[in-house]
Design a protein around this ligand. Sequence first.
Ligand code: MLT
Length: 248
Amino acid sequence: MIIDVILTPAELPALAERDLGRMVCVVLDVLRATSTIVTALQNGAAAVIPVSEISEALETGRRRPDVLLGGERKGVKIRTAEGEFDFGNSPREYTPEKVRDKTIVSTTTNGTRALRACAGARLVLAASFLNLGATVNYLGEKRFEHVLVVCAGTGENLALEDVLAAGALCESLLDIGAATELSDSAQIALAAFEKAQWNLPGTISKSVNARRLLAIPELSDDVEFCLQRDVVDLVAALKGDEIKTLDF
Ligand code: MLT
């Protein structure tokens, strides 16, 4: 298995020019899009539909009155002339009572865009620290040839927490003997994780995204929540427009 890592969102537009047909893309947006998606699925959501724009979410909601709307801009719940969304982007909002059997349309600053940028890949997975182990086990079992890890980033910039999660993924795939070759960017992610792993919360709390969330009282607990390791035992896959729990 050859692992490559996209470190920054600036590299995402080039994905449209690449043939991703043989690639398995693993999208990481630790704070908080993919952490929220896998939490919603764990709590019984039927599916999450990632869209890039608020207008797309609203249009889907008009077309499908059964869906709920979730997402953020600048970290907080979206409010439009048509009212506020059902959810922001805190995984703690997506409780079983609210999401069971529901389909949620989600739009976030970076994470949902990164997921959509991988359209055309052989397979697109949404991963986080919450379900990293399940994702590693699945990738190891299938022994895919090419894995492209996509760090969603924040704004136009690299997000430290996403790169560290990419490094953790690389280390685990090496440990189980599934990974045979790491690109230079994958080696950067691995080296960063190996250095930070002994104090991951302390390191990540200094990231731009974490500091932003920690400064908002009602969102500050999201950082600790999203850094939990392997508390979600599912693999989340984008098939067509919907992210669902992969049945394998
Ligand atoms: C993103 O998609 O950029 C993040 O998830 C933003 C957030 O959740 O605050």
